[in-house]
Design a protein around this ligand. Structure first.
Ligand SMILES: *Cc1c(COP(=O)(O)O)cnc(C)c1O
Length: 327
């Protein structure tokens, strides 16, 4: 890594910048999960963000940092859904044109929600990579700014504001765990938490159906990985063969990346339904799934990032039927 792209100061600046368009999310102590884990576990409810996920933090920080000329030309992004939703929400709020490029793989709930968000939608190709190419094509043709979903210091700093809120509400925190894909979330958490106390453990959960960051770190360089359908669709997507920031930062800050399978994800979703009466998406349930299945090493004060709520109702009903706790 050529230089340190994001420090604690950038995260504090992000926090101030985004405070007019985002809200602090609650931290919920889970007695049930704590009992199962044998340690104190709290849930950071990023699923309650108005755009449905934590991605609103990075999107807000980036868009609020654009020049007025850039804002006039509009923004575009490519996303499995949640980042697109957040860009659409912030752009609409600030009166900026947004075009969201997504692949055919994005589930119906996300496509419907995007249609209602006021953004223009371009459905293009079978993969994230093709949707991404389309975004850059639009940038070339129309001079609109591409907002990268994770590999950008402003996005990373925005996601890092979660770390500041965790330190406020749980100053004794020693472990954080959440879904890891492009690595914007974990890069931001890593800076906020490890620059406060390097002993805090940062754990990433990736889907076994396409763990690009995990495989890339094994390989020692960004690589491409074949993707398959998964409940944790928000964890799919490449990290970019020319990754600039998050590959190095995840290598530096993340203690452990663990792979989660479909059954474990579903059990995490069912747990949230049964015990906390919340419908969350698969990516957001990956941390709970990991704890329920004792996959990761926990400390004495654990926060789980419940990263988003974008899930088709049909999927929730199916999981409720198949996994519901009989008592
Ligand atoms: C984007 C996303 C993640 C992963 O975040 P990255 O910054 O890409 O690693 C996890 N959960 C949900 C719900 C997401 O939308």
């Amino acid at each position: 890594m050529a230089e340190k792209p994001v420090g604690l100061r950038e995260i504090w600046m992000a926090r101030t910048r985004i405070s007019s368009v985002t809200q602090k999310t609650p931290l919920l102590y889970s007695a049930e999960l704590s009992e199962i884990a044998g340690t104190s576990v709290s849930l950071k409810l990023e699923n309650l963000n108005v755009s449905g996920s934590f991605k609103i933090r990075g999107a807000a920080n980036k868009i609020l940092s654009l020049t007025s000329e850039e804002r006039e030309h509009g923004v575009t992004t490519f996303s499995t859904g949640n980042f697109g939703m957040s860009v659409a929400y912030i752009a609409k709020k600030l009166g900026i044109d947004a075009t969201i490029c997504i692949s055919k793989r994005v589930p119906k709930a996300k496509v419907d929600a995007l249609h209602q968000s006021g953004a223009q939608i371009e459905i293009y190709g079978d993969s994230q990579d093709e949707a991404e190419q389309r975004s850059y094509q639009l940038e070339k043709e129309q001079g609109i700014t591409v907002i990268h979903p994770f590999d950008d210091p402003f996005i990373i700093a925005g996601q890092g504001t979660i770390g500041l809120e965790l330190l406020e509400d749980l100053p004794e925190i020693d472990t954080v765990i959440g879904g890891l894909s492009g690595g914007g979330l974990h890069s931001g958490l890593g800076v906020a938490l490890k620059k406060t106390d390097p002993a805090i453990r940062v754990i990433g959960m990736s889907t076994a159906k396409g763990a690009t960051m995990y495989e890339s770190i094994q390989a020692g360089r960004p690589i491409q990985v074949e993707e398959h359908d998964t409940l944790a669709d928000s964890l799919l997507g490449g990290i970019g063969l020319n990754n600039r920031y998050t590959f190095d930062m995840v290598q530096q800050y993340v203690n452990e990346i663990s792979l989660i399978d479909e059954d474990e994800i579903a059990k995490g979703m069912a747990f949230m339904l049964d015990k906390h009466r919340m419908a969350i998406e698969g990516a957001a349930a990956s941390g709970i799934g990991a704890i329920l299945n004792k996959k990761v090493q926990l400390g004495s004060s654990v926060a789980v990032i419940i990263s988003g709520s974008s899930v088709d109702t049909s999927v929730v009903l199916d999981i409720a039927n198949r996994y519901r706790n009989p008592n």
